[in-house]
Design a protein around this ligand. Structure first.
Ligand SMILES: O=C1C[C@@](O)(C(=O)O)C[C@@H](O)[C@@H]1O
Length: 252
């Protein structure tokens, strides 16, 4: 049982949950500006939410921005994420375009970690993961539900699908409707972290789910997302990175 993955100087799945802060800029200039500000806050990881760009650049322009970003925030690893609208993203992209984008990103050496949504063609996703592994990059497979916390069986099957595509890290972001939903997700996470050799990342979104974002020490959720300010949060319930760091100082 490994449960941890090393990328640059960061070990995901050991010690405290690693803190990831999203860049949600709507154009290249703002993306680089936010990256600079986030770097000063010293997160473990930075997520670039590519879908937040108002105009989708060509692949070569996108890779050029990523190249600048990588140099700017070095040595902090970047998670590249295009969140589709079906899973709460900002930008419409057809299925073909999404898979083309993942393939383009997966082949680029600057991509350290790529978010791979699990609800797409499994063979196509396997190819993307294969490409990532060819240059030692990490596949972080994800599932989002902004309405409910799905049944345990559904979440188990989702993790199994992530295993089938050979993803390295498995992430579930779900919405609680009751306090029990938050507790159930945290219990599910703890059990899954024992069952799977991969780091598991979960969050119960919204105000009600905030406890899950600080509970990784107990649940073994390996990454937690925090924001640099309210406007740039990428999901409901994210705390400010300084708040989260202070809480970790108290409870670790
Ligand atoms: O998948 C996730 C988790 C997240 O939705 C959250 O709830 O913090 C935030 C997203 O930016 C990220 O891609």
């Amino acid at each position: 049982m490994t449960n941890s993955i090393k990328i640059k100087q960061i070990s995901i799945g050991t010690d405290l949950p690693k803190i990831a802060v999203p860049i949600t800029g709507t154009d290249a200039e703002t993306v680089l500006l936010q990256a600079n500000q986030i770097k000063c806050l010293n997160p473990d990881l930075i997520e670039w939410r590519i879908d937040c760009l108002t105009t989708m650049p060509s692949l070569s322009d996108l890779l050029q921005i990523l190249n600048e970003l990588t140099t700017l925030v070095d040595p902090i690893p970047i998670i590249c994420t295009f969140r589709t609208m079906q899973e709460g993203g900002q930008q419409p992209l057809s299925e073909t375009q999404y898979l083309e984008l993942l393939n383009g990103l997966a082949a680029d050496d600057n991509v350290a970690i790529l978010d791979v949504e699990i609800n797409h063609n499994i063979v196509a996703l396997q190819q993307v993961v294969h490409k990532l592994h060819a240059h030692q990059a990490i596949a972080l497979s994800s599932f989002h539900s902004f309405e409910t916390t799905p049944e345990q069986v559904f979440m188990q099957n989702t993790l199994k699908r992530m295993q089938r595509i050979d993803a390295d890290i498995f992430k579930l972001a779900v919405m609680p409707n009751t306090k029990m939903d938050v507790i159930k997700l945290m219990e599910f996470t703890q059990i899954a972290s024992i069952r799977y050799p991969n780091p598991i990342v979960t969050m119960s979104m919204g105000k009600l789910g905030q406890l899950s974002r600080i509970a990784g020490i107990v649940t073994n959720s390996a990454i937690t997302f925090a924001s640099m300010d309210k406007q740039s949060a990428s999901a409901p319930g994210q705390m400010h990175i300084e708040q989260l760091k202070n809480i970790f100082k108290v409870i670790k």
